[in-house]
Design a binder for this molecule. Structure first.
Ligand SMILES: Cc1ncc(COP(=O)(O)O)c(C=O)c1O
Length: 411
């Protein structure tokens, strides 16, 4: 990445949706961990596709189909570069992180796990990295185990790792950045430990892919999943990366058109990966929009984005920590671009509702990490999650709004 200074204020003007008022207040969009806003470049790529190239992919011989196929497959090559995959055949298009993890559970999991095997997760997982494994465990008789979290700081207790990495563990599946705590898990270190024991690894990159440089080969995982909509791309498109040798050995996920070589009334021959995992007409505009999003992010530089997001998060954390009656979650240092908190005697939903009246879009709830919330003894938290188009002035306004909410409930 280059070191030229980034004009953050100018970048912000690329996002039409940010330029609006909500309840007569300028919108402050702090719900980026749920989904990001879309820059003009992505919107234009989608409009261009539908205005000029719209057609079905792969089997066409006519011009529009060739263009649609070229755009779709160029998205695959771009995605491979985005995460430093060895080649684009390792990129499977999915609906998002959730579908990517379900795909691995349904294919690799069903083919490789048996009764008594252990699937090792962490206590900070999103539901999408818990429920598919529970479903698989029910089918196969495998068991789930969890690397514990130390407490409100959302950090994994790695002192337990030796005891947890038993010979029964066949898969370690873990989140890269926790969406509810902001913890950055040491995934490369954990993958290295797992690899020594022959354990297959999956990294949930939903919160990391668009916020920091990703190199799947350096992480050393076997699978990596992320969602387009969280990285300035369209909804409904995501990526599952898998090591070629694993993908080639995996049975298909769904059957239908696009994924076959030949079909007889009794028997079918499947295509190789990635096409064997992409049955039916895919989301064609998705990879085209995602391509534009990846170009857009890498023109800024994900190292720059990472630094910017972290600075905002630490700034917000310190401001909140200076207030009375605030319980903060996630690590004090080294956090990703979000803060999760509770105000004494105020429900998180009330915080979010009142913040919305002030133009600040937060999220309140269990953030799809219900087991973690139970473990920490809370039902929900309020969360402000940042992206590169957010500013320190917006954090200042957010803190003012939090203070107004505290005053309102104190009166
Ligand atoms: C850490 C994490 N994993 C997985 C997901 C699921 O992503 P999607 O809903 O795009 O499939 C999310 C979404 O918030 C997430 O934050």
């Amino acid at each position: 990445m280059d070191n030229k200074p980034v004009d953050w204020a100018k970048l912000r003007t690329d996002f039409p949706s940010l330029d609006q008022k909500v309840h007569s207040k300028p919108l402050i969009y702090f719900d980026n961990a749920a989904t990001s806003q879309k820059p003009r470049a992505v919107i234009d790529a989608l409009v261009h596709y539908y205005e000029h190239d719209n057609s079905n992919v792969h089997r066409g011989i006519h011009e529009l189909s060739n263009r649609a196929t070229a755009g779709f497959e160029a998205g695959r090559v771009r995605a491979a570069k985005f995460i430093n995959a060895k080649n684009s055949d390792e990129i499977i298009f999915t609906r998002g992180t959730t579908e990517g993890i379900n795909l691995v559970a349904a294919t690799w999991g069903a083919a490789n796990l048996k009764s008594g095997d252990v699937i090792l997760l962490t206590e900070v997982e999103h539901h999408s990295n818990i429920v598919p494994w529970q479903m698989l465990a029910k089918k196969t008789g495998a068991k789930l185990a969890y690397i514990p979290v130390t407490g409100d700081d959302g950090v994994l207790d790695l002192s337990q790792l030796d005891a947890l990495l038993t010979r029964q563990v066949k898969l370690l599946s873990m989140v890269h950045i926790s969406n509810s705590m902001g913890t950055v898990n040491p995934v490369a270190e954990l993958c290295a430990r797992a690899r020594k024991l022959g354990i297959t690894t999956l990294v949930d990159g939903a919160q990391s892919a668009g916020h920091m440089p990703i190199d799947v080969q350096a992480i050393g995982c076997d699978f990596f999943a992320f969602s387009g909509h969280k990285i300035c791309g369209p909804t409904g498109i995501g990526v599952l990366w898998g090591r070629q040798e694993l993908l080639d050995a995996m049975p298909p996920y769904q059957g239908g058109g696009e994924m076959i070589l030949t079909v007889g009334y009794q028997k079918t021959e499947y295509k190789k990966a990635p096409h064997r995992f992409e049955a039916g007409t895919p989301d064609i505009s998705g990879p085209i929009g995602l391509h534009a999003a990846m170009d857009y992010l890498d023109a800024i530089g994900r190292e720059n984005i990472w630094k910017h997001d972290q600075e905002l998060a630490h700034y917000a954390y310190d401001q909140l920590a200076a207030l009375e009656g605030v319980r903060l979650f996630g690590p004090k240092q080294g956090r990703a671009g979000l803060v999760s908190f509770l105000l004494d005697d105020v429900h998180a939903h009330d915080v979010v509702t009142l913040a919305d009246q002030g133009g600040v879009a937060l999220r309140g709830g269990h953030h799809c990490t219900q087991p973690l919330m139970h473990k920490l003894g809370v039902e929900s938290t309020a969360r402000a999650s940042f992206y590169f188009y957010n500013t320190q002035a917006e954090v200042d306004r957010f803190i003012e709004v939090v203070e107004e909410i505290q005053k309102f409930f104190a009166s």
